[in-house]
Design a protein around this ligand. Structure first.
Ligand SMILES: C[S@@+](CC[C@H](N)C(=O)[O-])C[C@H]1O[C@@H](n2cnc3c(N)ncnc32)[C@H](O)[C@@H]1O
Length: 265
């Protein structure tokens, strides 16, 4: 097992074994199964084959030195010191595809997303933050034949590469990429996809935005739907967003380190 993956597994194991007993008891058994199968690396031959194809594609992207225009609507732009009014319009810069690949979830977390979608039988799925569609490929691979994923991305050039990834890796599943800032596109996506069974929020990474998207999503979520928040420890503000969400939401919240999962009541 590569070192990065061992590290992800150890950090996850630490959080998993210390999950509050009440949260574990409240949790749907399929979610607990997804967590423990990810930890112990239990996988069906189908899952192993899917993951291996996705990882081969990731390796090819990680070696691609072509530069593309990256239009950033998220906290990354703010971290680089751009003024707010510029960020609202999107901050453009040139990035190598190899560099963009680094923002994708690792194989370990990709497997967890796959398992949650597959084991809960989620049909209507939404992802906020496509990047090159690595996590989207894990989610889409786990969908039933009549399932659908809409994945949302602000940077058009990045979305073009993501479309190619999805055509190559999951031609047999219905996946749509919605291009544009979440602020402008989320309303339409929610109308199209409600009731949503599963959402993965992995973009923007600002406290107010994350809490705002959560509020906007909630009325469109399925009962017992699953919300996965990434990078909850990316910054003190993101941790605050997670704490506010987990203290106010009606459901069971699992803090797994970099990722927070909400199983709605
Ligand atoms: C961390 S990356 C997503 C990685 C992807 N989920 C994966 O694991 O393969 C976040 C993506 O969200 C996009 N993004 C961030 N803020 C956004 C916003 N406000 N509107 C639209 N896209 C945004 C960025 O352009 C970036 O490609």
């Amino acid at each position: 097992m590569p070192l990065g993956q061992k590290f992800d597994t150890l950090k996850f194991a630490w959080r998993f074994f210390w999950l509050p007993k009440a949260a574990v008891a409240d949790c749907n058994s399929q979610i607990m199964r997804a967590l423990s199968e990810t930890l112990w690396n239990v996988a069906s031959p189908r899952e192993i084959a899917r993951a291996s194809t996705i990882e081969q594609h990731r390796s090819a992207l990680a070696q691609n030195q072509r530069e593309v225009e990256f239009l950033d609507f998220g906290a990354g732009a703010r971290a680089e010191g751009y003024p707010s009014q510029d960020i609202d319009a999107g901050v453009g810069s040139k990035r190598r595809i190899s560099e963009i690949t680094l923002a994708s979830k690792s194989p370990f977390w990709g497997r967890l997303l796959y398992k949650i979608v597959r084991l809960t039988g989620a049909r209507n799925c939404v992802e906020m933050g496509t990047s090159l569609a690595i996590s989207a490929s894990y989610i889409a691979s786990a969908l039933p034949r009549d399932g659908k994923l809409i994945t949302m991305e602000g940077a058009p050039a990045v979305a073009d590469i993501a479309a190619d990834t999805l055509r190559t890796l999951v031609p047999d599943r219905e996946v749509e990429i919605c291009v544009g800032p979440f602020q402008d596109t989320l309303g339409d996506v929610l109308e199209k996809m409600a009731p949503i069974d599963f959402v993965f929020i992995d973009g923007h990474h600002e406290q107010a935005a994350t809490e705002g998207y959560c509020r906007q999503l909630l009325p469109h979520m399925q009962r017992r739907g699953v919300m996965v928040f990434d990078d909850i420890r990316w910054s003190p503000q993101m941790l605050l967003a997670w704490k506010n969400i987990s203290n106010s939401i009606a459901g069971t919240c699992l803090d797994l380190g970099s990722v927070g999962i909400v199983l709605l009541a």
